[in-house]
Ligand binder design. Structure first.
Ligand code: AMP
Length: 213
């Protein structure tokens, strides 16, 4: 199973991809997580990417495409993958298509998580993440059991720098300008599916599982 999840920041791509990849034993590949790991460990890619990430802008296509060429070639991606946060531009989608052709693979579905901008702003301002394992929380709907401590691994639960309101609004602008054109791009391929992502995460997950069946 090879699936792409697209949608604005805060639509729940990370949460849904984690649940689905566990249930169906496919690799969850999040470009945002890979980049944040590079920032944490101070790699050349991390240093280059950080300024764009902090500003809510996109990292250069060439860096992302090289990074994904390596990642999709890793052993765990052989049994299938769920891409979260990639592709994010038409150039990235074209590069992915060539890459999959080279590997004689094809995509099964592209799932669009739909949610209005204002709902995204509310959701992301209250989002918190574990700085150690990446588990996702929400101060209103899903707080950790102990304040600031991850239920899964005991790591520190923090607010991402790019989850501040001004940066969220910038990320939404970037989404509409750069990533929304992928909807037309994939609609033409006939594998685009839409899910209402504005409700509770379990409702979207049920729809997603329905599409998998
Ligand atoms: P995310 O965790 O998916 O919201 O990504 C966080 C940030 O990483 C984004 O705001 C971008 O700066 C960068 N990023 C993640 N994926 C990509 C991508 N496919 N292309 C360019 N930049 C990306």
């Amino acid at each position: 199973m090879r699936i792409i999840l697209i949608g604005p920041p805060g639509a729940g791509k990370g949460t849904q991809a984690a649940a689905i990849s566990e249930k169906y034993a496919v690799a969850h590949i999040s470009t945002g997580d890979i980049l944040r790991e590079n920032v944490r460990s101070g790699t050349k890619l991390g240093l280059e990417a950080k300024k764009f990430m902090d500003a809510g802008s996109l990292v250069a296509d060439s860096l992302i495409i090289d990074m994904m060429r390596g990642r999709l070639g890793e052993a765990d991606a052989k049994s299938g993958f769920m891409l979260d946060g990639f592709p994010r531009t038409v150039a990235q989608a074209e590069a992915l298509s060539s890459l999959l052709d080279e590997m004689s693979l094809r995509l099964d579905a592209v799932i669009l998580l739909e949610i209005a901008d204002e709902a995204v702003v509310g959701r992301l301002c209250s989002r918190r993440v574990c700085s150690s394992c990446g588990a996702i929380y929400n101060t209103v709907a899903r707080p950790p059991k102990a304040d600031g401590v991850c239920d899964e691994c005991g790591g520190a639960v923090i607010q991402r720098d790019d989850d501040k309101e001004s940066v969220i609004r910038r990320r939404l602008e970037v989404y509409h300008a750069e990533t929304a054109p992928l909807v037309d791009y994939y609609e033409k391929t006939g594998i685009l599916r839409r899910i209402d992502a504005s409700g509770p995460r379990d409702a979207a997950l049920k729809c997603l599982e329905g599409l998998m069946a």
